[in-house]
Write a protein that binds this ligand. Structure first.
Ligand SMILES: [Fe+2]
Length: 224
């Protein structure tokens, strides 16, 4: 007999296929969010179950965009009030869709709340949505998703702007620490990206020390 978990797992590739057909960029963005989220969670020492829930939440976080008209998907600037209202509905649309599919409620809550503001400020230029939650009312997975989502979006090119340099993106996110974003998650992102870049640098140095023809380190003491 097929369990409910197996039925839901079988649906996931189908939902991914729907996102892919509608807008491949949304799927690429989602896999970037998975990558940065996993670096953050590694710094936070979160367990495997958490990471697995996050992976699915990251894939589905912008699922609500599949209901947008095609011409609207690439716009994102100079939005009319009506269009912006539609943008703000995407976590709600995703919630209904995922509930119907029987997805784990922890995943649904992460998807639903990835645009809330940590300080819950509803008077600022960009208030959180859809429910105006604040601080620890916002599920932790959603707070991680918010930071990973923003970092990925800033450091990737868009049809209407170039990619932003990593350090500039980190500085932008830092300026929203304790406002839009949970400070603990922002600190974990900094630590994760700096470690990641350092590792990349040391790999480059190491590769430059390898003799291209022999595959040996240039300064290595020859074996006798
Ligand atoms: Fe979103």
């Amino acid at each position: 007999m097929v369990t409910i978990e197996e039925e839901v797992s079988a649906l996931i590739p189908e939902i991914i296929g729907i996102i892919e057909n509608k807008d491949i960029k949304t799927l690429h963005h989602a896999s970037g969010v998975q990558r940065y989220g996993s670096l953050i969670m590694e710094k936070l020492g979160l367990d495997e179950e958490y990471v697995s829930l996050f992976y699915t939440a990251a894939i589905f976080h912008d699922l609500g965009k599949i209901f947008w008209p095609d011409e609207f998907l690439n716009q994102h600037i100079n939005l009319s009030l009506e269009q912006f209202t539609d943008v703000m509905k995407h976590p709600d649309s995703a919630t209904h869709f995922l509930q119907m599919a029987g997805v784990d409620p922890r995943i649904i809550q992460a998807v639903r709340h990835h645009h809330e503001r940590y300080d819950g400020d509803m008077q600022c230029k960009h208030p959180g949505y859809p429910d105006g939650l604040k601080g620890e009312q916002i599920p932790f997975l959603a707070r991680i998703l918010a930071v990973a989502d923003t970092y990925e979006a800033l450091t990737s090119g868009r049809p209407y702007r170039d990619a932003i340099a990593k350090m500039t993106a980190l500085a932008i996110i830092e300026s929203e620490k304790g406002k839009q974003f949970d400070p603990i998650v922002v600190d974990a992102l900094w630590a994760a990206i700096i470690d990641f870049e350092k590792k990349k640098q040391s790999d480059i140095v190491f590769l430059s020390e390898i003799d291209f023809y022999t595959g040996c380190r240039i300064n290595a003491i020859p074996a006798v």
